[in-house]
Design a protein around this ligand. Structure first.
Ligand code: ATP
Ligand code: MG
Ligand code: FE
Length: 352
């Protein structure tokens, strides 16, 4: 089967064609991602209205390129998949409407994919991974530990009660005057810094749930920065290193509890899988390696280009759903909020 996937939930305009073979393996025939980093850089963060307009301008061309790169025509597609949420609603509308138009004109099934489900199924696109496995999703918008027990079967074991990890990296970068997007900048600065100089809190350490909290740590960084008037280059490196060390320790603790909760309910996981932009962080990768080794499981991190938002993961989730006969109707609505785990309730004050 050949599936076109469209991703427009945040600040990447992306389209890809993925082929799923009968044995469940996959080939990525094309994967075109246009990041809108430059459009948003001067504002220090993603501006929803600018993102939506950019998706309108860019998407048709991106879809064309994805089809040409793959060397296939619309008539050959088995389905068209689009991320139908969760995300910035203006962008989601652009992607889902475009997918509906293609599906209608070419009389092809439509598949409305949950963006988080696409992240969750990505390791099965890149390697032969069987269910169940434990997903650690850490991006700018989400921080979750999810038990993936089948296509469409997800149980959330933990989530952040306030900021996402990527969001905390971005905010720390901003308060220290580092450029946007801040995650990679903080990691770079941390390399030359002393992680023991600032005594920052380790949020949630030792708690028996698997939830995360980042806002107290972020505030502690702000307070330390305010005491340095103004922070010099070495102060910034030391603060970044101290912040990252606190994130690592908290993350390792939360994940080891998450893996214990997983094992108690679903047995030993086939793997611990990391996804989302934060998984690009080398120090975090090292911490995940330790967590996986202690829990006697394998760590799988898809290549960076498939960890961050892309069209191939949407196409693949579409292909997995299509194989189970799960298609959607033309009246499917775009959704700003869409919990992956139908039974999950959001912690107070938090929607994802
Ligand atoms: P969503 O949350 O909807 O999945 P997103 O666009 O926010 O989407 P991604 O594109 O997966 O998420 O990841 C971007 C986030 O990852 C940003 O917050 C960025 O700062 C963070 N990030 C990227 N590289 C690093 C790094 N090396 N260290 C820490 N954080 C990083
Ligand atoms: Mg992004
Ligand atoms: Fe994402």
């Amino acid at each position: 089967t050949l599936v076109l996937g469209i991703e427009t939930t945040c600040d990447e305009t992306a389209a890809a064609v993925v082929e799923r073979l009968d044995d469940g393996t996959a080939r990525i025939l094309s994967n075109v991602v246009r990041s809108q980093t430059e459009e948003h850089a001067i504002y220090g963060g993603v501006v929803p209205e600018i993102a939506a307009r950019a998706h309108v301008d860019l998407l048709d061309g991106i879809v064309d390129t994805a089809m040409k790169d793959a060397g296939v025509g619309f008539a050959q597609l088995s389905a068209v998949a689009a991320a139908a949420g969760p995300g910035l609603i203006g962008g989601v509308i652009v992607g889902l409407t475009t997918a509906k138009a293609i599906a209608m004109v070419h009389n092809t099934p439509l598949i409305a994919v949950n963006h988080l489900e696409a992240h969750a199924l990505t390791p099965r696109l890149t390697c032969a991974l069987a269910f169940p496995y434990c997903l650690f999703l850490a991006s700018g918008g989400h921080t979750q530990i999810v038990a993936v027990t089948g296509v469409g079967q997800y149980v959330r074991l933990g989530t952040t009660v306030d900021d996402a990890i990527g969001e905390a990296f971005d905010k720390v970068a901003k308060m220290l005057g580092l450029p946007y997007p801040g995650g990679p900048e903080v990691e770079r600065a941390a390399r030359g810094g002393n992680p023991a100089r600032f005594d920052l809190p380790r949020p949630m350490l030792g708690r028996d749930d698997a939830n995360f909290s980042l806002s107290g740590l972020k505030t502690a960084v702000r307070n330390e920065a305010a005491r340095l008037t103004p922070p010099d280059a070495q102060d910034i490196r030391d603060l970044c290193a101290s912040f990252q060390a606190a994130v690592l320790e908290s993350t390792a603790d939360r994940l080891s509890v998450g893996l214990k909760l997983f094992e108690a309910r679903f047995g030993a996981p086939r793997a611990l899988v990391a996804a989302g932009g934060v998984a690009a962080n080398q120090a975090i990768r090292g911490a995940l390696q330790d967590v996986a080794a202690k829990a006697e499981t394998t760590l799988i991190i898809p290549p960076p280009a498939l960890c961050t938002d892309n069209g191939a993961m949407i196409a693949w989730a579409g292909a997995e759903r299509l194989a189970l006969g799960l298609t959607d109707t033309m009246d499917t609505a775009p959704r700003a909020r869409w919990l992956l785990d139908a039974n999950a309730t959001a912690p107070a004050g938090y929607a994802n």
